[in-house]
Design a protein. Structure first.
Length: 290
């Protein structure tokens, strides 16, 4: 039986005096960062505050923080009176949060975010925020897509390269699978870049803060599973024209392959053009072998 998570409806007031403001940005984290979990603890309070501010338009809506660690971002979210719950896999971090953030009593889920049944936690719409582990950030956003009709906004910090890919426009090197699949449903804002030295331990790459806001699309108007397959197949051979990369999906002598669009490479197509292409290809797509 799937585990159910029940959060308290009532919570204690959180005032500014509860903020755990670090006097020294070079101070060591009270929890040891674990490489296996991709942990890089943010220690710059100004950046944490700016990340929290990305959710100002959604106060009153349930908010889930992914990977709170020692609560550097959490403290600002609580101070802003968000209806906050957190999910953390690291036992040491969970113990620290339970000791130092009594306002989260009953709202800390010790689990892997990727394994959560979010519809059991939130029966209605909710938002997501976090300083996301680099090693699973793409997986986190694909999970957000699974709940796109319930998540109007998702923001937080990720690896700069991934942020650039998510926000990229056609005809550039960063534009790819993640760009198309996310932008089909969300407007992506690249907000600001974050340097390496504000973390413990410092990552080897720069980070960036993004915000994803649900667009007005309620349906793509095509087979969504085929849409994802075409996007992934095309970009997995991005140096080839679509005629060559997508040939394996259709009948051998498919007349559609003679159309000019197949002279293009995948990075030249907009999201809307991929949607149109999916509709055109659907009658010719080979059945999946059992």
């Amino acid at each position: 039986m799937a585990q159910r998570y029940v959060f308290f409806e009532k919570r204690a007031a959180f005032s500014c005096r509860n903020l755990r403001i670090a006097k020294d940005r070079n101070m060591r984290s009270p929890v040891k960062p674990k490489k296996s979990l991709g942990q890089h603890f943010l220690k710059d309070l100004d950046i944490a505050r700016r990340i929290a501010d990305t959710m100002d338009a959604y106060k009153g809506m349930p908010l889930l923080e992914v990977g709170p660690g020692t609560g550097v971002l959490t403290q600002f979210l609580l101070a802003a009176h968000h209806d906050l719950s957190v999910v953390e896999l690291d036992r040491e971090s969970v113990a620290y949060l339970r000791t130092h953030f009594p306002d989260l009593d009953g709202r800390i889920v010790e689990d892997d975010f990727l394994r959560l049944h979010l519809d059991e936690m939130f029966p209605d719409r909710f938002c997501i925020i976090g300083n996301y582990p680099y090693n699973i950030s793409s997986q986190i956003f694909f999970k957000v897509l699974d709940y796109k009709d319930r998540i109007p906004c998702c923001s937080g910090m990720i690896q700069k390269e991934v942020a650039e890919r998510m926000a990229a426009k056609p005809c550039c090197k960063a534009y790819g699978i993640l760009s198309v699949l996310m932008q089909a449903w969300y407007d992506i804002e690249y907000l600001f870049t974050v340097p390496e030295h504000v973390f413990e331990p410092p990552p080897k790459v720069k980070s960036a803060v993004i915000r994803m806001t649900r667009n007005r699309s309620t349906s793509l108007g095509c087979d969504e599973r085929l849409f994802r397959q075409i996007v992934k197949t095309g970009f997995n051979q991005r140096r080839k024209t679509l005629r060559n990369s997508l040939r394996s999906l259709v009948e051998k002598d498919c007349p559609l392959l003679n159309e000019p669009v197949f002279d293009k490479r995948p990075e030249q197509l907009t999201v809307a053009q991929f949607v149109t292409l999916t509709g055109q290809m659907q009658p010719y797509v080979l059945p999946v072998k059992q």
